[in-house]
Design a protein around this ligand. Structure first.
Ligand SMILES: NC(=O)c1ccc[n+]([C@@H]2O[C@H](COP(=O)([O-])OP(=O)(O)OC[C@H]3O[C@@H](n4cnc5c(N)ncnc54)[C@H](OP(=O)(O)O)[C@@H]3O)[C@@H](O)[C@H]2O)c1
Length: 284
């Protein structure tokens, strides 16, 4: 990380209540291994004003290479950058920013690559008849974008149902036949038996709690369903434990994190690294 008198380049992750993040561990280990003079830190922004201040600080700091942005500031950051890559424009949210010359900031979305790449490694072809997507926030949005032309029918559920309906309309623009609903046991009982891709894009997944009640998973989750949980703390969520016990193929949230990190490293340093290596760093 630090070699002699060389001034460190700065990168950071911007969010709120993100002490759990594994990103500093992954990037800082990479910097040591590859002798890159950079440091990746966590910037907690309790308010939107704090977040905007951090974005401005990066813009004005010649040593800042860029940053990652996570909940709840992906949309805010989208509105504060000067340029966007084509995927970020279509998705409407960013998770990665690069500082260009003259302090211009360019926003990217690499979350969608973190969804599709692990699925492509697992399922061949990564095409699905019925997707059940739990959650309708930024991560769910990136997942749907990644899966356009790969799912025949998508059911999206959220706590209120309102955000799920909004996301279903957005999915329609991407050519996905999607229905948004309020999450309920009735919906899960009806949709889960027909689901061949189940994605949790909510924080409501722990090693003792699953967004779909355990008794419904026990009865209606089939071995043929691929189960993707975006949560990576804990890594082995109850949802994934049950899925594995049934013989389902599973993707944990760390695969998503390292696949998007791989693309961030390419954006910031022009360096190609493999996701497996970054996963080893995260787990070391
Ligand atoms: N592994 C990775 O690299 C990676 C990358 C991005 C995100 N993530 C993770 O993905 C999760 C979602 O992130 P986000 O940024 O999209 O969050 P977000 O914007 O806060 O959205 C969360 C969504 O989950 C819904 N929700 C919460 N609890 C629910 C429940 N019990 N049942 C049904 N829906 C529920 C919310 O419903 P309402 O809309 O009705 O409130 C909301 O739509 C987080 O845990 C985040 O850490 C992981």
């Amino acid at each position: 990380m630090f070699t002699g008198n060389i001034v460190l380049k700065k990168l950071f992750i911007l969010g709120k209540d993100i002490s759990y993040t594994l990103s500093p561990k992954i990037y800082n280990r990479l910097f040591v291994e590859k002798s890159i003079d950079a440091q990746y830190t966590v910037v907690e922004a309790p308010t939107e004003q704090d977040a905007v201040r951090s974005i401005t600080n990066c813009r004005n700091d010649i040593l800042c290479l860029g940053f990652n942005v996570t909940k709840p500031y992906k949309l805010l950051a989208y509105q504060h950058v000067d340029q966007l890559d084509e995927h970020a424009t279509r998705i409407g949210a960013i998770n990665t920013v690069a500082r260009l010359s003259y302090g211009e900031l360019k926003g990217y979305n690499t979350d969608w690559l973190g969804v599709i790449e692990p699925l492509e490694k697992l399922d061949s072809p990564a095409k699905y008849d019925v997707l059940l997507l739990i959650g309708a926030g930024g991560a769910a949005r990136a997942a749907l974008y990644a899966l356009q032309s790969r799912v025949r029918k998508a059911y999206i559920v959220s706590r209120t149902g309102v955000t799920a309906q909004q996301l279903a309309r957005k999915a329609g623009i991407w050519g996905i036949d999607a229905k948004g609903m309020k999450a309920s046991s009735e919906v899960y009982v009806e949709v889960l038996p027909r689901t061949d891709l189940l994605i949790n894009a909510t924080p409501a997944s722990t090693d003792t709690f699953s967004p779909i009640p355990r008794k419904i998973l026990d009865k209606y989750l089939h071995q043929t369903t691929t189960v993707f949980d975006m949560v990576y703390k804990p890594l082995d969520t109850l949802l994934l434990q049950i899925a594995k016990s049934k013989g389902c193929k599973v993707v944990d949230g760390l695969w998503m994190l390292v696949h998007q990190a791989k693309h961030n490293i390419k954006i910031w340093f022009g360096l190609e690294v493999c996701a497996k290596l970054l996963r080893r760093y995260a787990l070391s």
